[in-house]
Write a protein that binds this ligand. Structure first.
Ligand code: ZN
Ligand code: ZN
Length: 232
């Protein structure tokens, strides 16, 4: 096989892996991490079977969306008392409560939460290998790693004003945060926190393909600006 054909296969795998990773991230975020109440009610009837989904939904939806960042998108707690009240609640949830605290209140991908992002991606690997061979599989694996990597390394900095994020992030993360793709990601994530039924992606594209992308209005953009997010 020539070097050109290997590169083409690698890029094809990268492309297919990217599209699938983005679609799966958008779908799982909507239907598990931010699952609607009717799903939660169904899961609660079979806690042994669905306990894992319930924990993921609790840490992301309840803690990250509802119990923190109540003042605004860049302020996790209004005051110490608010944090202490949440700490008390989490202390009553045993090991899962401790995992949530260690993840800075679900701001960073953590514990069992990471499986929601990773496990649906795994069947893509043998499928790509069987259909397209080893080089395409390497490309696909790189793309499939993006949802958990972005959740762990990038998401915490999306909840900071841009200048502060760039100042506090490690060198490579800071460099990435200034690039077009990551500025678009920051705006998309702001929109998700503002309108919870849309803009689920960190790995951009899947929301658009699933009809779940909401474009920021001029009011949204001026609010982003007020919070110190970049809108260019
Ligand atoms: Zn969410
Ligand atoms: Zn967030």
């Amino acid at each position: 096989m020539s070097a050109v054909s290997e590169i083409v296969r690698l890029l094809a795998g990268l492309f297919i892996g990217y599209v699938l990773a983005s679609l799966i991230e958008s779908y799982m975020h909507q239907n598990v991490s931010d699952a609607p109440n009717k799903s939660v009610n169904r899961w609660e009837r079979f806690p042994l079977l669905y306990g894992y989904l319930l924990r993921t939904r609790y840490s992301h939806h309840v803690i990250h969306h509802c119990r923190t960042f109540k003042q605004d998108y860049v302020t996790q707690f209004r005051n110490v008392a608010e944090r202490e009240t949440l700490n008390l609640e989490l202390a009553g949830r045993g090991s899962h409560g401790r995992i949530i605290q260690r993840s800075h209140y679900a701001v960073r991908l953590h514990g069992s939460g990471s499986l929601v992002f990773i496990s649906p991606l795994l069947p893509v690997i043998p499928l790509t290998f069987m259909m397209m061979g080893g080089w395409a599989t390497i490309g696909a694996c790189v793309a499939l790693a993006l949802p958990p990597l972005f959740s762990y390394f990038i998401h915490p900095y999306l909840h900071l004003p841009h200048e502060r994020a760039v100042r506090e992030a490690p060198f490579l993360t800071a460099w990435l945060l200034k690039r077009w793709y990551f500025r678009a990601m920051a705006r998309n994530h702001y929109m998700h926190h503002r309108y919870i039924a849309s803009n689920f992606n960190l790995v951009l594209g899947g929301d658009l393909l699933r009809g779940r992308y909401r474009r920021p209005s001029s009011k949204d953009l001026s609010e982003m600006q007020r919070l110190g997010l970049r809108i260019d």
